[in-house]
Each structure stands twice: as structure tokens, then as C-alpha cells.
Design a protein around this ligand. Structure first.
Ligand SMILES: [Mn+2]
Length: 484
């Protein structure tokens, strides 16, 4: 780690520790998970742990104990072991944890329980994020054990506080150094999408295009994908999280690619949809134009100070206008919005925070109010329309409702009970069965860019990824750089 990088982590820890007061914070690394026998899944560090430590080995725990005289930041790590390192690679060890990662002290991970007990006996607040199936039992045992210490007059923890919101608030706004890494992830991903447009042709399989996309990621220095690549041709584009990527592509298909790489622990997330044979058909073009117009409207609506919801509002209004125009909805624009009929074809949100994780952390609302956008925040803008390949008609209920009420109901009642109640309300409401024109069936289009909020507007980090119909068709006509 360079001294410049180390300074970044020191600054993050300073801000974190400031927020936890004299609590004792315990932050575990991601565990190594087995795929089968002695073979593991590729390891990827937990983002909160990495954000605070810069340490990317498994079997590690960071402890923050700001009220301690000497050991304020302690790393518990796998000790050096020449024999094991021959098999699984270099370990920093306790020496490296102090020398390279800036810990005040470091211990072998085996000593965690005993040291935690020593630290915790003096602290009344344990800062730990419950919900970690592997680590929770250890923490619960510790707290239970220390009840005896409390009875004998030690402070020992009586409160457990979730550090998630603190860390996630820090992760929500990009520093210039973080932004440089995220920009690079976006540029590499842009180049991969461009190559995919050149590379795809009827007769190839989806996984072959996937190979081209991921070749560009790796060859430009990205160590891993930010999420499993979605390479969805023809009707597969209507499956939102399609990752089989096994279909043979046919002449006349659209190909929806949702793929982004990770660079310097930052994610990119781009979706483009293009014709496998290089030319949009008239119905494909009609749907594509609606989605594109919605995406541009959503991007135009976002600016510093605007509430996050304006992005979704702009996208769904334009999508609904287009759907009404194409006769895919039975009522007019305002009624279709109030009754949320567009959800038949646009069933997801318009975006999400994007950072170290693809669906990144950070609250979308604060005190129930949609959050105001601030410089440094990065999010995706990704409207889409998906027309079921099989359904000849769709049923629309004539009932207005607020999405907020529905969300609140789900939170209060749980998903199953809320859904049951919703079904009862639908059964009571009048409904219209509306035909879906054959030419649109099986078309799925999504267009997704990554945007940064700047002091005076918005910066599209994935700009340059072909998006207009002309640019897409022109790129599809180019010769691929990779062999096929
Ligand atoms: Mn996305």
C-alpha cells in the first residue's frame, strides 16, 4: 500500500472513530466460502471492512477501541505460515498488519476471543452489525459471558449499536481519489459494451459475447466483474436477472447486456440493448425510443438539491406517455400513472446508489423524506420496458394507490400479508383486459448509465457508450477487435 493510499484509510478511520465515541467497534472481514471440497469461491472482501482497513485477506477482524491507551486500532489476521502460503499465497501476517496497514497492534486471529473479552470488559457499548450468520454467535457469547463482569462492577457492554449507518453515510459520497477509480471502472465497462456491439452476430451464443465483454474488463486491468454479467438475447431480455447466458442468438433478436466491472474496489453498472443483426426492426425501434427518451428525461431531472425521487418520476412519466401512445395501456397518461399501470411493463426502480458495491449502501430517504442529491453521490439511471413474450393480453385494475403506502404496508405487515391484502383489493376493483400487440411481445429494452452529482449538475460517468439509435447501429456495423 502506498503512503497516499494509507492516508485515505487513516482519514476514513478517523471519521468512523469520531462517530463511535468511546464504544468498542468490531468489524469482521468477509469469510472464505467453499465451492466444493477444498476449492473456494473467488474471495472478495466485504466493502465496509475494506473501506476502513484496505486489507483484502479473509479471516480477519478489525477492532476500533478509541478509548484505549495504546491499541486504538487493532487487526486480527492470519499469521504468516510458510507452508500454507505456498498453497494459498502471501499473507501480511501480524507484522504486515502493523507495518503496511497502519494498525496500532495486530494479533493472530486465534487470539480474537480472548482479546475482545479484555477490551469489552471496559466498554459499555459494543459497535457491531448484527446479521452476520458466521460471526454473530461469537459476539452473542461474548456479551453473555461478560454479564458476570458487569455484576462485579465493570462497565461491560449493555448496548449493541449498528455501525452500518455510520459507515454507509461515509461511503455515500465519493472523494476525488475514489472517484478516479470509479471513473476508470466506467470507462473500461464502456469499452466492453462497445466491443460487444461489434462482436455479437446471429448464430453466436450469449456466453461468447460474455467472453468478449469480460475479456475487455480483464485486459484493461479490472480484477473482477462488479456483478454477474447479464447477456440476455430475444425473450431472455424480459427476465430481469437472467444470468444463464446460454442461448444461441437469432437474426432479429435484441441483445440486452447489463454488465460492469470493478476497478479499485469501485463498481460500474451499464446496460445497453442493441439488435444482434445490427438493425432495429420498427417495433424494436419504437420501444427503444421510448426508453431512451425516458432515460434522458430522468438524467435531466437530477441535479444537486433535487430529491432522489424526481429521477423515477421523470422516467415513469415518459415511459407511460410512450406506452399510451403505442396502445399498450388501456387508459390515459395521468390515470395510468395514478393506477401504476406502467408497472406491467416497467416493474423495477429507475436506479440505485453505485459505489464499492453495485447496489450500494446508503439510505434513499432520511426521516421518511426522499434524500436531496449532493455533490459526490453516484447513482444509476436505468429505465426499461419488458413485454412478456407469452402473454396476449394484460389485466389492469382500475384502482388508484400510492406506492409509499404499499411500501409502508410491506414494512409493517411483511411481504406475504401485504401481498394478500393487495390481491383482495385487486379482486374488489374493476379491471380491464387489454390486448398486447403481437409485434411488441418478447421485446425487452433497458438503458443504464452511471451518473455523478457535481456542484453544478450531473456528470455522466459512462458517457461515450453508444446510446442513440444511430450510434448503436453504427457501432454494431464496425468490425470486432476480438476474434470470434
Ligand atoms: Mn443497475
Amino acid at each position: 500500500m502506498t503512503s497516499e493510499e494509507l492516508a485515505t484509510f487513516i482519514e476514513r478511520r478517523r471519521r468512523f472513530v469520531e462517530a463511535i465515541g468511546d464504544g468498542l467497534a468490531v468489524v469482521p472481514a468477509a469469510p472464505e466460502t467453499l465451492r466444493n471440497n477444498d476449492v473456494s469461491h473467488p474471495f472478495r472482501q466485504h466493502s465496509d471492512f475494506y473501506f476502513l482497513t484496505g486489507f483484502d485477506e479473509p479471516d480477519a477482524v478489525a477492532v476500533f477501541n478509541p478509548a484505549h491507551a495504546k491499541e486504538r486500532y487493532v487487526l486480527f489476521v492470519r499469521p504468516r505460515d510458510r507452508e500454507l502460503e505456498v498453497w494459498t499465497g502471501h499473507r501480511a501476517g501480524v507484522e504486515g498488519a502493523v507495518a503496511s496497514y497502519g494498525a496500532d497492534a495486530a494479533y493472530p486471529i486465534e487470539q480474537l476471543d480472548i482479546k475482545l473479552r479484555e477490551y469489552a470488559i471496559e466498554r459499555s457499548t459494543l459497535v457491531y452489525r448484527l446479521g452476520n450468520a458466521v460471526f454473530d454467535p461469537r459476539v452473542i457469547r461474548l456479551v453473555a459471558d461478560l454479564r458476570h463482569a458487569r455484576a462485579r462492577g465493570f462497565p461491560a457492554p449493555t448496548r449493541i449499536e449498528d455501525p452500518g449507518p455510520l459507515v454507509h453515510e461515509l461511503r455515500l459520497r465519493r472523494s476525488p481519489a475514489e472517484l478516479a477509480r470509479q471513473r476508470r471502472a466506467c470507462q473500461i465497462s464502456r469499452d466492453a459494451h462497445i466491443e460487444a456491439m461489434r462482436y455479437a452476430r446471429p448464430g453466436l451464443h450469449e456466453y461468447q459475447v460474455q467472453a468478449a465483454v469480460e475479456f475487455v474488463f480483464r485486459s484493461q486491468g479490472s480484477p473482477r466483474d462488479a456483478y454477474p454479467s447479464i447477456i440476455a438475447s430475444g425473450p431472455n431480455a424480459c427476465i430481469l436477472h437472467y444470468v444463464d447466458n446460454r442461448r444461441r442468438m437469432e437474426d432479429g433478436d435484441l441483445l440486452l447486456i447489463d454488465a460492469g466491472c470493478e476497478y479499485g474496489y469501485h463498481a460500474a453498472d451499464i446496460t445497453r440493448t442493441f439488435p444482434v443483426n445490427g438493425r432495429f426492426s420498427a417495433p424494436q425501434r419504437a420501444i427503444y425510443e421510448v426508453v431512451l427518451e425516458a432515460q434522458l428525461a430522468a438524467i435531466a431531472a437530477a441535479k444537486p438539491g433535487a430529491r432522489y425521487e424526481v429521477v423515477h418520476d421523470a422516467a415513469r412519466r415518459v415511459l407511460t406517455e410512450g406506452l399510451v401512445e403505442l396502445k399498450l395501456l388501456p387508459r390515459g397518461v395521468d390515470e395510468s400513472l395514478a393506477m401504476h399501470h406502467y408497472r406491467e411493463f416497467f416493474m423495477h426502480g429507475t436506479g440505485h446508489w453505485l459505489g464499492m458495491d453495485v447496489h450500494d449502501v446508503g439510505d434513499y430517504r432520511v426521516m421518511r423524506q426522499w434524500r436531496a442529491l449532493e455533490p459526490g453521490m453516484v447513482f444509476t439511471v436505468e429505465p426499461g420496458l419488458y413485454i412478456d413474450p407469452e402473454r396476449e393480453s394484460a389485466t389492469f385494475h382500475l384502482r388508484e394507490y400510492g406506492e409509499d403506502e404499499m411500501w409502508e404496508r410491506r414494512l409493517r405487515l411483511g411481504v406475504a400479508a401485504a401481498r394478500k391484502l393487495e390481491d383482495e383489493e385487486k379482486a374488489k376493483a374493476q379491471s380491464i383486459t387489454h390486448p398486447i400487440p403481437k409485434e411488441f411481445r418478447g421485446i425487452g429494452v433497458r438503458i443504464e448509465d452511471d451518473v455523478l452529482v457535481t456542484p453544478d449538475g450531473l456528470d455522466v460517468l459512462t458517457a461515450g457508450t453508444p446510446k442513440s439509435i444511430d450510434d448503436v447501429e453504427r457501432t454494431c456495423a464496425e468490425a470486432p477487435r476480438l476474434p470470434r
